[in-house]
Design a protein around this ligand. Structure first.
Ligand code: FAQ
Length: 315
């Protein structure tokens, strides 16, 4: 690996970014660029994998075969997203084993949203509508991120997230056309998930240590606040069509800005959840650790098989 950046390599890196072209795994890149990518992609991969848990909680209690089939497909998609992203991270020279170890020991993060419980089946719909909706807002611009393997993974992931969002919206729409009790379940669920969904975009720009450099490198294409605004503007008409109220007394259209004004999430709560003190942090990591331990025999068998194959080939 090059340790001293030769001017020609630096120039090539900067010219590639200036052309909005992709940096590829074999290209020279500054170590800080590599570290930022590993940090963001790993967090993203961990979010997809931990993100299977809140909805997985309802797989055995789906209200119909159709709902169960949809939910199973969605949760499996999230596993696939985690795998593409771990692979993208491996192209930067970090092994999957190391990434998993860092997740399990709290040295890498995952999205705050997955530390909230799912208390009713309406939460499956709300997660699809709001959480996957927020994920799409955040991830569509990442299809144009400057690192090739990450951008290409995002293209496929966004297509699937779009199905996830629609299935959530359709579930909520069906419930809103049902009984008063079902409508109340949807409203209660939206009340719980609205603010945590806004937190998914990260801290306000003024408190975001990474945004400036990540934008300069073309890793991020928009700031946290820009994407949060886009999400609010997109969600308001969808909430109206559904017939639910978004739990923000400050939410209103601003004619001058041609955008909605809205209130701030509780940033103390956000910091506590990111620190590990959210309602389900301990439970999520414990479950992930158990699943990892249960899978040890699969990894051992695959490694032994690969070694035997390699031995046979060399003979
Ligand atoms: N949760 O300086 P910034 C999904 C951390 S979607 C936890 O603004 P950055 C799909 C941040 O890491 C969810 N931590 O950081 C799905 C940093 O800490 P560090 C995943 C957060 O990176 C749906 C510190 O705060 N999506 O999984 C959060 O420039 C349904 C300062 O923040 C992605 O990961 C948070 N919400 O911007 C699955 C998208 N926000 O690392 C299942 C890709 C911030 O310095 C079911 N990631 N932090 O120790 C990104 O776009 C960015 O990383 C941001 C944060 C926007 C999340």
């Amino acid at each position: 690996m090059t340790t001293v950046a030769e001017p020609a390599l630096v120039e090539h890196f900067e010219a590639t970014l200036a052309r909005h072209d992709r940096i590829e795994p074999r290209d020279w890149m500054p170590e800080a660029y590599r570290a930022t990518l590993v940090r963001q992609i790993a967090q993203h991969a961990h979010s997809e994998i931990i993100g299977m848990q809140p909805e997985g909680n309802w797989l055995t209690r789906a209200p119909s075969l159709r709902r169960k089939a949809i939910l199973l497909a969605k949760v499996q998609d999230e596993a696939g997203h985690g795998l593409y992203l771990y692979s993208a991270c491996e192209t930067l020279g970090t092994s999957r084993r190391e990434l998993t170890e860092k997740l399990l020991t709290g040295r890498q993060k995952y999205s705050s949203i997955f530390n909230y419980p799912t208390l009713s089946y309406a939460d499956v719909g709300t997660i699809g509508w709001l959480v996957d909706g927020a994920a799409i807002c955040n991830q569509v611009p990442l299809c144009r991120t400057s690192y090739g393997p990450y951008g290409r993974a995002m293209i496929r992931i966004c297509k699937e997230e779009s199905f996830h969002q629609r299935q959530g919206y359709e579930l909520l729409l069906t419930m809103m056309r049902g009984t008063d009790e079902q409508r109340a379940m949807v409203q209660e669920s939206v009340d719980r998930f609205w603010w945590p969904a806004l937190m998914m975009f990260g801290p306000p720009d003024a408190d975001s240590p990474n945004t400036g450099q990540s934008m300069a490198w073309g890793i991020k294409r928009n700031t946290n606040d820009e994407l949060r605004q886009k999400f609010v503007d997109m969600s308001v008409p969808q909430a109206e069509a559904l017939g639910v109220t978004l739990p923000d007394p400050d939410l209103r259209w601003n004619e001058e800005r041609q955008a909605h004004d809205f209130g701030q999430p509780d940033w103390d709560e956000f910091r506590a959840v990111v620190r590990g003190d959210g309602p389900c942090n301990a439970q999520r990591i414990e479950h992930r650790r158990r699943a990892h331990d249960d899978g040890a025999w699969v990894r051992a068998a695959a490694t032994a098989f690969a070694a035997r194959q390699a031995g046979e080939e060399s003979r």
